[in-house]
Design a protein. Structure first.
Length: 305
């Protein structure tokens, strides 16, 4: 509410604002603050089985976007039911309207909301797509047949095979429709059957976990083949109350005949305009050779492209 006054619907435990089963994250924004204001949040459960996880992110208004301070509360239900929760914010508000000298007002703001916990066994709307497809890997929280881990062992199920010429696979995590709310997910984990054959890294905006909404979060799997052969790779994503989604595929590695030959061309630069100043078409510049380095960079320069 404005001015630190809680608006109706948030000010009582009787019929408070309800976060349905489709919302695993409650997001709040704070306005009318200053850079030097700090907050201490105490999250208390009034009753109910859910465990309440919360993360707090502050923005100082300096950067690419002028953003308000934000508070995210993550709900990880443990069983079905409804719980009423209260959130207390111990804060110091600065009264600086120009009519009186600046004053500091210490107060506690408290409001209520209700969380619904219910599962039909899968997460409606939670989607994982591969390449240009939005939901061919997982649809409504269910891994599709060709991507199930069991497909490794049954050729008649036409499992997914990633060829030797593919060095990176891009997946997308999203909620298929805004009506399905949002869903947090933990850091994805990759399991490799033969980890002596290939090294797998996870990158992208979803590499540390996040919140699935209608906008895509990218999950990029990078392959570094060490020897020839094929192996099974499983990606595991924990979505809390709705369990762990696992999908898998077979990766083929075929090393080039010449050990010095690269499977593709790569460019490295110090900036976007100078995208190939360090390495051009997989050939390092003489100024950047490791046995005779001659380039100095400032301490602030730490990005390569």
């Amino acid at each position: 509410g404005p001015g630190g006054i809680v608006t109706p619907g948030w000010d009582t435990m009787v019929l408070p604002k309800v976060y349905s089963k489709y919302f695993s994250v409650a997001q709040f924004l704070f306005s009318g603050t200053t850079e030097d204001s700090y907050y201490d949040f105490a999250v208390q459960e009034v009753f109910g089985p859910p465990q309440l996880y919360y993360r707090i992110t502050f923005f100082d208004g300096i950067g690419y976007y002028d953003e308000f301070p934000q508070l995210n509360i993550y709900f990880n239900c443990q069983k079905e039911g409804n719980a009423v929760l209260s959130l207390s914010i111990q804060t110091s508000l600065l009264n600086n309207d120009g009519s009186v000298p600046t004053q500091s007002v210490n107060e506690t703001i408290k409001f209520y909301f209700e969380k619904e916990c219910y599962s039909s066994g899968y997460r409606d709307g939670f989607s994982i797509g591969y390449a240009d497809n939005a939901s061919d890997v997982a649809k409504h929280g269910v891994v599709q047949q060709r991507w199930t881990v069991e497909s490794y062992f049954f050729l008649d199920k036409n499992p997914i095979v990633v060829g030797a010429d593919e060095h990176m696979s891009t997946f997308h995590i999203s909620i298929s429709n805004p009506s399905y709310g949002n869903q947090f997910f933990y850091e994805p984990v990759a399991f490799v059957e033969d980890d002596d054959m290939i090294d797998v890294q996870i990158r992208g905006s979803a590499q540390d976990g996040g919140i699935a909404v209608s906008r895509y979060e990218s999950l990029i799997v990078i392959y570094d083949c060490i020897s020839q052969g094929d192996t099974e790779i499983t990606i595991s994503i924990d979505i809390g109350f709705y369990g762990i989604l696992q999908f898998g595929f077979t990766k083929i590695c075929a090393l080039p005949g010449d050990d010095n030959e690269m499977p593709g061309k790569i460019n490295v630069g110090t900036s976007r305009p100078d995208y190939a100043g360090i390495v051009s078409d997989s050939i390092s510049s003489l100024l950047w050779l490791p046995d005779s380095p001659s380039v100095q960079i400032d301490a602030e320069e730490r990005n390569f492209y």
